[in-house]
Ligand binder design. Structure first.
Ligand SMILES: [Zn+2]
Length: 189
């Protein structure tokens, strides 16, 4: 569920939209009239992994997603870790795989969720054992990967380009079907 920020975390006063001068000019934000605390609402960093094992890319399906919707491994960055450490931790927690190399692909917006995606290419090894968070996974040949028109899909496209492959995107209809769990990636073994 989405939570709403209603009270000041400093003094428990009620937050209200209050205009105030900032570097960029006057700006209305949720602020506390009692102590001056401001709710900046900065985007949350999310780590994403294009996981490569023996030349194939792992796509996984989250338990909360519709059937047949597969995507990259993602997770929230935690306090006290670097993005590279965080993506390796997420990979271990979610798939049991060990990261061997972690290389930045790029950073991407996810405005709808107020998140910023930091995407990595991770070469990994080990035996896949999914966490309860994930229901199933597919090992994809590069030529069978299709990109979705959203943050992590653009990351996958940029990575494919770096490997000399022109990315193929889902058509608008395929994307709708993907989001509703009607198409699944073709797996080659
Ligand atoms: Zn306050």
């Amino acid at each position: 569920m989405a939570y709403e920020m209603r009270f000041c975390p400093n003094c428990a006063g009620t937050l209200a939209p209050i205009a105030q001068m900032e570097d960029s000019g006057e700006k209305v934000r949720l602020r506390c009239a009692a102590c001056g605390w401001t709710h900046w609402n900065n985007p949350t960093p999310v780590l994403a992994a294009i996981v490569e094992v023996d030349g194939k890319v792992l796509l996984a399906r989250n338990a909360a997603w519709p059937p047949k919707m597969f995507a990259l491994i993602t997770g929230f960055m935690e306090a006290g870790e670097s993005p590279q450490e965080g993506v390796a931790r997420e990979l271990k927690e979610e798939t049991n795989l060990d990261a061997r190399t972690v290389t930045l692909v790029g950073t991407y917006e996810f405005l709808r969720m107020n998140q910023v995606i930091i995407a990595f290419h991770v070469q990994a090894s080990g035996t896949v054992r999914l966490s309860p968070e994930l229901l199933e996974y597919r090992m994809m040949e590069l030529q069978d990967l299709k990109c979705w028109p959203a943050g992590t899909g653009y990351a996958l496209a940029d990575w494919l380009r770096s490997r000399g492959r022109e990315p193929v995107f889902f058509t608008a209809q395929e994307h709708q079907e993907w989001r509703h769990g009607l198409v699944q990636p073709k797996e080659t073994s």
